[in-house]
Design a protein around this ligand. Structure first.
Ligand SMILES: Cc1cc2nc3c(=O)[nH]c(=O)nc-3n(C[C@H](O)[C@H](O)[C@H](O)COP(=O)(O)OP(=O)(O)OC[C@H]3O[C@@H](n4cnc5c(N)ncnc54)[C@H](O)[C@@H]3O)c2cc1C
Length: 510
């Protein structure tokens, strides 16, 4: 549960931008460290050469050969794990419930270890071949130059996977990653097949193919519906998507979206979904914050469209993810910041819906937003909380600017009148009176607080007020999620000995 040191976990640690990196949690770090130790031990034991070795000439050259072979074999042996952990359909994830971003963290460390082993393997064999004066001859043979090519591909993968490149050129990162990974597998195959090690690659190819196959099946099963895509608020896009009858909704889960447009249909982006029922039809709803890539292209398209709305064919691959075990606590406090609300809402609403008189947790929802207009896009869901046992508090942090922003938002929406969505109608009526007061009246079941929340205080108070165990679930800005994690951990050892759990819904891998 705790970050490795201090608060930083969801936030990247700074390394002059280019070397910024994500750091594992304390638990992940223990697992990774044990793995590094294990790898060092298995390469260090029983590898002593004998003096005047009859085959290699000396103990030193014998040891060079032993470690060359061992590193090469172990590196190949690790490949299935590397590919399995990178896949969206990883059966170990299904069994353990560990989230995808943790598996990706392990994937990165396995890759680093593997590459180090491959480099040792290459250097050692170069020494051996030079000693035998056989390097030039062998370099002309496919098994060797393909081995060299695979090593170079592995090196390129390592460099192009740094967080800075993932963050700034995600699609390019994915493309180069896949091309280089194919080259690595093909190169390794040609390098080892003659020596009888080809079967080592079967599980690698199997897990990779399995993942791709399941991804295609998931896409086909959902179909490619035409959906309404709408700009709601300054920087949020909403999509209401009809779903197949048996498509399972995972509260807090996510799915990957392909927008079927010539310039970006091949990209797939993860978005959390909530569910809603529209005229008897089951739908999922996604809210997408406008960033700099495909979401920005959509934003530009919607800005030009009448009513800031358009229809578009999309592909959905999912569902992925899992609900947290917060439902088992006596009290569950869900804390969201900004656009982190959909998954948090979906989970808390689901627990409330499934509560029975025998098993009824106390449920709290805390949402931190910048200004009042920031809640407009999620208005319908907030209204729906009215008939639940969820105690909702919304913190509005910028009270000075909020009213202007909201009026600006309202008038912008009401200017173009071609499509009268519920949001626009709402905004027109709100404009006539004190908009904020009317909003508060409409959401009378929600408690509004103005100013920044004191996360430390909230956590202490919630623990004190809880009748027993308590869970905190957070999603939103990484700084906020790190704060919730930090103070939850600090209070594990609370005076009343109440069990405190923390779950992050935020998953970051880029
Ligand atoms: C599990 C999960 C659930 C998410 N749910 C939501 C949600 O409900 N609403 C929401 O607004 N955002 C959500 N996001 C973030 C969302 O996926 C990105 O904002 C979106 O992909 C950005 O697209 P872009 O091309 O406009 O981004 P860019 O401007 O190109 O990139 C912005 C950031 O998004 C990252 N990113 C870009 N593409 C991907 C990708 N395919 N996979 C992962 N990260 C990517 C980049 O590395 C960068 O850090 C979620 C992310 C994850 C991992």
């Amino acid at each position: 549960m705790p970050a490795l040191l201090g608060k930083t976990r969801a936030q990247a640690i700074s390394g002059f931008k280019v070397f910024d990196s994500l750091i594992p949690t304390r638990f992940e770090m223990i697992v990774i460290s044990l793995f590094y130790i294990f790898i060092v031990i298995i390469h260090a034991v029983h590898s002593k050469g004998v003096a005047n070795d009859p085959i290699y000439g000396s103990a030193y050259m014998a040891e060079i050969r032993y470690s060359a072979d061992r590193t090469g074999i172990v590196a190949t042996f690790m490949m299935p794990l590397l590919f399995l952990f990178a896949g969206r359909n990883n059966f170990l994830q299904w069994v353990t419930g560990i989230n995808y971003s943790t598996f990706l963290c392990y994937h990165r460390h396995i890759a680093r270890i593997m590459f180090m082993l491959v480099v040792i393997h290459s250097v050692n064999y170069t020494i051996l071949l030079v000693q035998k004066h056989g390097l030039a001859v062998r370099m002309a043979q496919p098994w060797l130059y393909w081995g060299v090519l695979a090593t170079v591909a592995g090196g390129i993968i390592l460099i192009q996977s740094i967080l800075y490149l993932r963050r700034n050129w995600y699609e390019l990162f994915v493309l180069v990653h896949i091309v280089m990974a194919v080259l690595y597998v093909v190169g390794t195959w040609i390098h080892i097949v003659e020596f009888g090690y080809g079967t080592y690659l079967y599980p690698t190819i199997a897990v990779w193919s399995f993942d791709r196959l399941v991804r295609i099946c998931r896409l086909l099963y959902f179909g490619f519906p035409e959906v309404n895509v709408k700009l709601v608020g300054d920087e949020t896009i909403k999509m209401c998507i009809p779903k197949p009858k048996h498509w399972k909704i995972i509260p807090g889960g996510h799915a990957f979206v392909h927008f079927i447009k010539p310039t970006y249909f091949w990209q797939s982006h993860p978005f959390t979904f909530t569910n809603c029922s529209d005229q008897g039809e089951d739908k999922i709803v996604m809210y997408m914050k406008v960033k700099g890539g495909v979401t920005h292209s959509l934003y530009k398209l919607l800005n030009k469209s009448p009513g800031k709305m358009t229809t578009m064919r999309i592909g959905i691959e999912g569902p992925y993810g899992e609900s947290t075990p917060a439902k088992y606590s006596d009290k569950a406090v869900f804390i969201a910041g900004g656009n982190g609300i959909p998954g948090i809402y979906s989970e808390v609403a689901d627990i409330a819906l499934k509560s029975t008189s025998e098993r009824k947790s106390v449920l709290k929802l805390v949402w931190i937003i910048r200004d009042y207009s920031s809640l407009f896009w999620f208005h319908d869901e907030l209204v729906r909380l009215k008939n639940t046992n969820i105690e909702t508090t919304i913190y509005v942090t910028k009270t000075d600017k909020n009213f202007d922003n909201m009026n600006e938002f309202i008038s912008e929406n009401s200017k173009e009148g071609s499509v009268k969505s519920s949001e626009v109608e709402k905004s027109e009526s709100l404009q006539t009176t004190d908009a904020v007061e009317q909003l508060k009246e409409e959401l009378s079941h929600v408690c509004f607080e103005e100013g920044r929340p004191n996360i430390e205080q909230i956590i202490q108070d919630e623990i004190k007020e809880s009748s027993g165990s308590i869970s905190f679930v957070a999603c939103g800005h990484p700084v906020m999620v790190d704060e919730v994690r930090y103070y939850s951990c600090k209070n594990i050892d609370n005076a009343e000995k109440k069990r405190v759990d923390f779950y992050e819904q935020l998953q970051i891998w880029a």
